[in-house]
Design a protein around this ligand. Structure first.
Ligand SMILES: [Zn+2]
Length: 271
């Protein structure tokens, strides 16, 4: 990653001030700066009525199959931000996610955040999980990282840039907090009333009783399809913004850190 970008975030780290964007704690710099440089993704505006469904914390033997059944029924694609140790426990579910055309993202091995911990703990968790993901979804792929809790600070971004991950959060209007079981009607209303093309919708297929999420999905997916929306993976959604087009060039180090000649100084972080 370029030096200029690196310097901006290092300098910003000095001016620590927390704010909440999309339910994610973002420290140090403003969203426009992160977003303009493509370091952190909240949404991908486009004029094609395309949005992204994302599911965190799985796989889960009870709820993930139900999510997958619904996605299949409506020909919708989604992105699953997986916890590595759960991938180890439920490999068949990961396999099914990939087989049915969905995208895998990294949500660390045991759901740890970088905040207040040595970077090595976080990075080891991310690398371990990425090694698992690569077994299912072969590189070259864009590597997607969603830090647990959406906690992003300059240190997270610095780590992600050096390790060639795209940090993916979610649209601030699209966090219905389904993990707190606020009621099916609340989840549905929250998503439908706020939807805009390019939104990234945050839901969970694990981490507790997700019956409400499933029930809400049964309403949300057909309702949005009726309005003309399509559901694509993050991999495909990012294509709508030319800022990310370099991610799709297999000649670039961004996709294959540690295996490309260009990896050199900045690509050495991946074991
Ligand atoms: Zn999570």
């Amino acid at each position: 990653m370029n030096v200029f970008r690196h310097l901006i975030f290092s300098a910003a780290a000095v001016a620590l001030s927390f704010c909440t964007l999309g339910g994610a704690a973002v420290a140090g710099v403003s969203r426009p700066k992160y977003e303009a440089r493509g370091s952190v993704v909240w949404e991908v505006p486009n004029n094609q009525k395309v949005v992204a469904l994302t599911f965190d914390d799985g796989p889960n033997p009870v709820y993930t199959p139900q999510v997958l059944d619904l996605l299949r029924e409506y020909h919708a694609k989604a992105t699953f931000f997986l916890i590595g140790k759960r991938m180890e426990a439920y490999p068949d579910l990961v396999q099914r996610e990939v087989r049915e055309g969905h995208e895998l993202g990294n949500h660390t091995f045991s759901h740890v955040t970088l905040s207040g911990k040595p970077r090595s703990i976080f990075s080891n968790e991310v690398y371990k999980t990425q090694t698992l993901i690569n077994q299912y979804q072969k590189p070259p792929r864009i590597k997607l990282l969603r830090p647990p809790g959406g906690r992003v600070n300059p240190d997270t971004v610095d780590f992600s840039e050096k390790s060639h991950f795209e940090v993916i959060l979610w649209s601030w209007q699209q966090d219905p907090k389904d993990w707190s079981n606020p009621g099916v009607a609340h989840i549905v209303r929250h998503v439908l009333k706020n939807i805009k093309t390019g939104h990234i919708i945050l839901l969970h297929d694990s981490g507790g009783n997700r019956k409400q999420t499933i029930a809400a999905l049964k309403i949300i997916i057909p309702a949005l399809e009726k309005q003309g929306y399509r559901f694509e993976t993050l991999y495909d959604l990012l294509k709508y913004d030319k800022k990310y087009k370099n991610l799709y060039n297999p000649g670039l180090e961004k996709i294959l850190p540690g295996t490309s000649k260009a990896g050199g100084k900045t690509g050495s972080a991946v074991p």
